[in-house]
Ligand binder design. Sequence first.
Ligand code: DGY
Length: 328
Amino acid sequence: MPKSKLRVVLTRKLPDAVENRLGELFDVEGNAADQPFNRDQLASAARRADVLVPTLNDTIDAAILAQAGDRLRLIANYGSGFDHIDVQTARQRGIIVTNTPDVLAEDTADIAMTLILAVMRRVREGSLHMQSGDWTGWSPQAFQGRRVGGKRLGILGMGRVGQAVARRALAFGMEIHYHNRKRLRVETETELLATYWQSLDQMVSRMDALSVNCPHTPSTFHLMNARRLRLMKPTSVIVNTSRGEVIDENALTRMLRAGELAGAGLDVFEHGAEVNPRLRGLPNVLLLPHMASATNEARHEMGEKVIINIKTFDDGHRPPDLVVPSML
Ligand code: DGY
């Protein structure tokens, strides 16, 4: 007897090619309206599914997992970060979790570099000025930013994205410094001309720009807290393309307002779409709507990874992108 197809529930609309292929392989329930699920809808989806395909907008905590019932076996996250999923509890309940690493790294690094350049060179202020129609012509004093070449970039979190940022920054003539849980292999440090700092405090106090590229875990929550932000030079800038929770957003806002930091470029926010209104009003910040990985190519490759993870699981093998609690 042919085995029945896995029931795969998608919480958001995915690219057509991805949904079509999933539909050929599995019994798929999509979300054509693309409205994010509320808690009840998410719990109900987790009950109906053999495989749930959530995104970072779906908080899959112990309470949701407790309502999932016995059917759910795999959470195949459409995304690299998995801080919205209680991986420990899932594991205790025999549910495995996968994600989509690697395929977002280069695109995310492009936006991190864009933010570094734009904030150091005051691109947003220049653009706002042009759009206001107030520009009267070139002036020697206007819109002086800081030269990027020769400045020190500190990278907080030197995984795939951090290293991709380092390669770009190196091409712009920046000096690369980093802090990471584990020191890189000497070959990688040599290739990136990267200096390792065991002490994050010492690193941040000496940088001209800081790029946050570590995941959000219990140990990185508010890693850039008020005390550490105050160690940064007042002329320095901070950019974040990882997770908002790594920076204390209120403390950062206060410092930017007080001129204690030169600027910030943020693609992610501590409270998701609820961005501090005071931050939005500042001229020396460039804010983006969590779009660092938003390329057509990345979204398709993320889908390809989801398909491979589910198919491998269905075939009785270990999915390639298994998330294990030691990654937390
Ligand atoms: C992810 O996949 O975790 C990214 O933040 C999405 O851009």
